[in-house]
Design a binder for this molecule. Structure first.
Ligand SMILES: [Zn+2]
Ligand SMILES: [Zn+2]
Length: 345
């Protein structure tokens, strides 16, 4: 980073800094505080995130602003994505009552301040820090394991449906390989992980994703030994992830101390998803995060948490919401968006 303002100007006396200078100093201090993440951030044993270049935009500051109800635009769209897991917010560009509720939840549950409903610089910094504290690794389980598609399908079968859903055109049978994993879903995972670490502190914690993207080629590799049929679900083609949690036994964090413990933990995390993310178990309502039920059998998630956005309307599943790496998942820091002209109105 260069472009440091010339020191000195040892002019007559000490002039009080202008409002602009103060603002610039505060912003630069903030951006200087960003550091490379070289260690996995315990307790989330995840591959380290790469550092993001975070550039203030000299000359572009338009003054400290606040985003609140009634605003719209790119910064609001980003808030709706990043706060998806605070009540269950769908993508969009309007700051409505739903988003207001999410902002207040984040203030109370993450920042620990009273609910103002205002996205100010402290809020923006806290949201950026929240992302940095929960780096999600795209290199392993979030990528498709088939070995041929490159990790996130090949964009095949848009607007084509499995025979069961040909008439209804239900997303459950949409064969489209979305171009990545939905950002709102992954940000919501951060929320779930956060709440889990607070509500079940020292008892349950996120360990890793056990499944992310699974393309049509990967489906063909998974044949049911009984029915001899290949897996046909299209849910994991960008719209679903599976999360594994581990338990503290004595002073050690372990997975599968007993299946019973792991299923109890999965149930506990599903409860949080319902209470805090507005998720539903199964897929009866539209426009909600959906969870596979616990217990055994096809379509169940006995020892993990499956969460998806399959019931979301098609606008909320637009291609531009799907990402393939951490940089795109995180997006432009909210602190930057708050001061960048034109990012909201
Ligand atoms: Zn694949
Ligand atoms: Zn799943």
């Amino acid at each position: 980073m260069s472009g440091d303002a010339k020191k000195g100007g040892e002019a007559k006396g000490k002039k009080a800094p202008t409002k602009f200078e103060k603002m610039q100093a505060e912003l630069e201090g903030y951006f200087a505080s960003w550091v490379e993440i070289v260690q996995p951030l315990n307790p989330f044993r995840i591959t380290p995130a790469v550092a993001k270049p975070v550039e203030p935009e000299p000359g572009l500051f338009s003054g400290f602003k606040k985003i609140t109800k009634g605003n719209s635009g790119l910064a609001v769209e980003e808030l709706r994505i990043r706060l998806a897991g605070f009540g269950g917010i769908l993508p969009g560009t309007e700051f409505d009552d739903a988003l207001l509720g999410a902002v207040k939840r984040f203030e109370k549950d993450v920042m620990g301040r009273g609910a103002t409903g205002q996205v100010d610089m402290d809020f923006a910094k806290a949201l950026d820090a929240f992302a940095a504290a929960h780096p999600l690794s795209f290199t392993k389980k979030l990528k498709c394991p088939c070995g041929t598609c490159g990790g996130f399908g090949k964009g095949r079968h848009k607007d084509e449906y499995t025979s069961k859903y040909a008439a209804s055109k239900n997303e459950a049978g949409h064969k489209y390989e979305y171009p990545g994993i939905h950002r709102s879903l992954l940000w919501a995972c951060r929320s779930l992980i956060h709440y889990g670490s607070v509500i079940h502190k020292d008892k349950i914690r996120f360990m890793a994703f056990s499944s992310g993207y699974r393309c049509h080629d990967d489906n063909k590799l998974h044949v049911d030994p009984k029915t001899k049929k290949a897996r046909s679900s299209t849910n994991h083609m960008g719209k679903a992830v599976d999360l594994n949690f581990e338990s503290k036994v004595g002073d050690k964090w372990v997975r599968d101390p007993s299946k019973a413990q792991t299923s109890t933990d999965a149930d506990a995390m599903r409860q949080i998803a319902q209470d805090k993310l507005g998720a539903q178990v199964s897929w009866n309502s539209t426009d909600k995060f959906a969870l596979e039920p616990g217990g055994k059998g096809a379509g169940h998630a006995p020892t993990w948490v499956h969460m998806d956005v399959r019931t979301w309307n098609r606008d909320a599943l637009d291609d531009h919401y799907f990402v393939q790496n951490l940089i795109d998942l995180d997006g432009t820091p909210m602190a930057t968006l708050l001061v960048r002209p034109g990012s909201f109105e």
